[in-house]
Structures are given as structure tokens and as C-alpha cells.
Design a protein around this ligand. Structure first.
Ligand code: SAH
Ligand code: SF4
Ligand code: F3S
Length: 434
């Protein structure tokens, strides 16, 4: 029996898909190379903007064809869109056999049984299931052998006015530190070198547990023998305090890279988004980061065209982008999400004007990113070699999360090597192992 999983969305969904693959492996399934040969197809959906919503429906249209060749094949839809609009999807695509939300992934074995017996298996619950921790007993099946995601906190309590995540993922629940460390231990034994701690809001880790803070978790993970690198995504600027920044600087394995979404530069817009910080407060945190970790690589998310945003507001965002000099910026056009407070707010700017702002911003950032990459030329940096391409060349990442292409050499996979950067491109670096 074979499975195929198509994943949309963020790191949380990628991890969930790895868990579902782990569940299916435990049940005796093998991964299929192509969806056409699968007995179970799972579509793990995202709903953060309108585009991902549409992508899911077109993927389903494609997968539907499998029913002609293999009438017993099971098609399941899960993830954030399923949580938010599972019944609607079922109506639009009645050939689906299974629909389940983000908080009941551990019921996959039961749901699969139900679907196999010819019934529609549907489970979308609003309350968080206490049994969620059952997921811990399953392994993850990962594509990358040397770097692994570990979920440390699920859900989000922030309720930024534009965002669907709190509705699709529920309230914040931190995983117990013992369970996290056990998973890290297991991963290291499996050959993993880099641990990437993930959550929608990792800097809030432990608030609901009461007895542990995020920076303490960083030290605990670093103390697991064999952990060579630590990253974490996403930190919320509001919860990023000096204790965390000090720990980042102090722990040798924590990489000099941070994704710190600002969303907008204008205080008026930040307030309307309910982000809980001003531009000045955000920039103070950036300053503190650069003070403790001078060579830190920063990245961010930005929303352009939020309801009420004017050209002057947008220029504040441009100002911050130029001042911070991020290594990478992920900029999106605002997309109203049903049920969020911002969806009720009035749009001020025309879509074509917002598109112009967006492309202008992307162009400004392109030059900054390239300039940042050029600074690597001639330097020697540590690279974790993660992948061997078909032509024998190798691909790895620097601690600052830059992609590096290397000439192939034996036995370097999974190793940390010193690399001299010979050439900087816009989106990657080229180097030689020394
Ligand atoms: N938890 C993270 C982000 C999660 S969603 C944080 O707080 O930063 C990932 C990104 O999608 C966000 O940073 C935001 O830039 C973007 N996003 C979320 N909702 C959006 C919307 N309604 N329209 C456009 N972009 C959105
Ligand atoms: Fe969404 Fe805000 Fe939570 Fe991030 S912090 S997931 S943007 S509500
Ligand atoms: Fe998308 Fe859900 Fe992540 S909405 S961005 S997959 S938490």
C-alpha cells in the first residue's frame, strides 16, 4: 500500500505532513513516487491567503482522476482549509473520502479505517483534543536527513486582525519539554545535525505551561549531545525579549539567523493589525539583535495594502526595509480572510495600486539581498551539506541560512565543512570546500 501527500502552507503543515507520513509508515504504507500509484492521497491545506485556497481546489481536481483507475483509492483533505471549511470542500468535491482538521491528526488511523469501509470519514472539531499528545508516539518521515523540524508550540493566541491562523490552529499549546527533548534525541540518533524548532509563535513557548521559558528550552536543546545547529521559526517581535537574544548569542549552536515578521512599517497600520508593537519598538529589538549578534541574517514578512493603508503608510514599510537591510523579505498582498476582523474593514486602495507597491518593494529588496550575498565573496563560512544533486554537485546552507552550491566530493553529506565562497548570486552562493 502506498501513500502520497501534497503539502501547502507553512512549516507547521510540513511537520504535520511528516507526522502523517510517520503514522502511515507505522500502518505499513510506503511512500509513492507519483500520486497516480497511491492508495491514499492526502492534501494538507493552507488557508492563510486566498491563493492557497484556490490551489487546493485545483489539486483536488487533478487527484480526482485517480478514481477512474483505482476506484478504491482514498482521497483525504486535512490542514487549515479543512479545519475552516471542511464541509464546504466536501460539497464542492464530493469524491473526497476523508476530511479532518488540524487538531485531530492523531485520529488518522481510525479515519482511514472508516474511509476504507466505504463511509465518508469526517472529523472537524473546534475544541482542542487532549489526546493530541498521542502524536508523540509516531515518528516523522522526513525528506531532509540532516535537518529536522520539531514542533514546540501549536496554535496562536495573538489574533492579528488579518490572520486566519488562530481560527484554524486554535489556542496556544506548548509541548512538554521532556517530549521535545526526547524527539530531539531520537532525531540526532537518526543522523540529524540541525534542529529547527517551529511554531506560529515560538517565542511564546512555555507561557501556558508556566514553569519554562523559550530561552530555557534553547539551552536544553543545545545540551542534547549531537545537536550541531539550532534554528527557530517564527518568533513574534512582541515576545522576543533580551533573555532570548542573550541566549541566542550565548549558545554556540543557535544560528545567526532570525525571521522576525514586521508586517508593516506604519504605526497606524500596525495598530489596526493589532500587532502589539510600534515601528520604533520593532527597530529597538533589531538593534538589540545586531548588538548581541553582529553578523545576524534577518528576514521578515510584510503585508502590503492592508485596509486603510495609504501611500504614506506604505513608505514607512519601505523605510524600515531599507534601514534594517534584511537578507530576505517575504512580501504579500493583503488578502481578506473570512471571519477575521480585518475582513470587515474597508479597503482604501485599488488592487492595481497595491500590486504596484508590492512589486516596487520586491525590487528594492532584490538589490539589498544581492548586496548582502556579495559580502560573502572571498569569505570562508561553515556549511552543512544537505543534499547531493543528480550531477554530483552538493547543496548546503550557511549558519545564516544561505543556500550554497558546492563541487561534489565524497562523504560530505551531513557534514559541517568550511567553504570558501567564490561567487555570489541573487538567491544563492557558490563555494569550494577547503
Ligand atoms: N505566526 C507568524 C506568521 C504566520 S502566517 C507571525 O506572526 O509572523 C505567515 C505570513 O502570512 C504572515 O507573516 C503574514 O505576512 C502573511 N499573512 C497572514 N495573513 C495574511 C492575509 N490575510 N493576507 C496577506 N498575508 C497574510
Ligand atoms: Fe497570525 Fe498574528 Fe498569530 Fe502570526 S501571531 S499566526 S500573524 S495571529
Ligand atoms: Fe497556512 Fe495553516 Fe500555516 S493557514 S500558513 S498552513 S498555519
Amino acid at each position: 500500500m502506498k501513500y502520497y501527500i501534497r503539502t501547502f502552507g507553512c512549516q507547521m503543515n510540513i511537520y504535520d505532513s511528516e507526522k502523517m507520513a510517520g503514522i502511515l509508515k507505522t500502518l505499513g504504507y510506503e511512500p509513492a513516487r507519483d500520486w497516480k500509484e497511491a492508495d491514499v492521497i492526502l492534501v494538507n491545506t493552507c488557508s492563510v491567503r486566498e491563493k492557497p485556497d484556490q490551489k487546493v481546489l485545483s489539486a483536488l481536481g487533478e487527484f480526482k482522476k485517480i478514481k477512474k483507475e483505482k476506484p478504491d483509492a482514498i482521497i483525504g483533505v486535512c490542514g487549515c482549509l479543512a479545519q475552516r471549511a471542511g464541509y464546504e470542500i466536501l460539497q464542492k468535491a464530493p469524491f473526497i473520502d476523508m476530511v479532518f482538521g488540524t487538531t485531530n491528526i492523531h485520529h488518522l488511523p481510525k479515519l482511514l479505517e472508516e474511509a476504507k469501509s466505504g463511509n465518508k470519514a469526517v472529523e472537524i472539531i473546534e475544541e482542542i483534543d487532549e489526546g493530541e499528545a498521542e502524536l508523540d508516539k509516531y515518528p516523522t518521515v522526513r525528506e531532509n536527513k540532516y535537518t529536522a523540524y520539531v514542533t514546540i508550540i501549536r496554535g496562536c493566541d495573538k489574533k492579528c486582525t488579518y490572520c486566519i491562523v488562530p481560527y484554524t490552529r486554535g489556542k496556544e499549546r506548548s509541548r512538554r519539554i521532556g517530549e521535545i527533548l526526547q524527539e530531539v534525541q531520537y532525531l540526532v540518533e537518526d543522523g540529524v545535525k540541525e534542529i529547527h524548532l517551529i511554531g506560529q509563535n515560538v517565542t511564546a513557548y512555555g507561557k501556558d505551561l508556566g514553569d519554562v521559558k523559550f530561552w530555557e528550552l534553547l539551552y536544553a536543546v543545545a545540551n542534547v549531545d549531537g545537536v550541531e545547529r539550532i534554528r527557530f521559526t517564527t518568533g513574534h517581535p512582541r515576545d522576543l525579549d533580551e533573555d532570548i537574544i542573550k541566549a541566542m548569542a550565548d549558545i554556540p549552536q543557535v544560528c545567526e539567523a532570525l525571521h522576525l515578521p514586521i508586517q508593516a512599517g506604519s504605526d497606524r497600520v500596525l495598530e489596526a493589525m493589532d500587532r502589539g508593537y510600534t515601528q520604533k519598538e520593532y527597530l529597538q529589538k533589531i538593534e538589540l539583535l545586531k548588538k548581541y549578534i553582529p553578523d545576524i541574517a534577518l528576514s521578515t514578512d510584510i503585508i502590503v495594502g492592508f485596509p486603510g493603508e495609504t501611500y504614506e503608510d506604505y513608505l514607512e514599510t519601505v523605510k524600515v526595509v531599507k534601514e534594517v537591510e534584511y537578507d530576505q523579505v517575504f512580501a504579500f498582498k493583503y488578502s481578506p480572510r473570512p471571519g477575521t476582523p480585518a475582513a470587515e474593514m474597508e479597503m482604501t486602495e485599488k488592487p492595481e495600486v497595491v500590486s504596484k507597491w508590492l512589486s516596487e518593494l520586491i525590487n528594492i529588496q532584490k538589490d539589498i539581498s544581492f548586496k548582502k550575498n556579495l559580502q560573502y565573496e572571498g569569505k570562508t563560512v561553515e556549511v552543512l551539506v544537505e543534499e547531493e544533486k543528480e550531477d554530483g554537485s552538493l547543496v548546503g546552507r550557511t549558519r545564516t541560512n544561505k543556500l550554497v552550491h558546492l563541487k561534489g566530493r565524497n562523504n560530505l553529506l551531513g557534514r559541517l565543512v568550511n567553504v570558501k565562497i567564490t561567487q555570489a548570486n541573487r538567491f544563492s552562493l557558490v563555494g569550494e570546500v577547503i
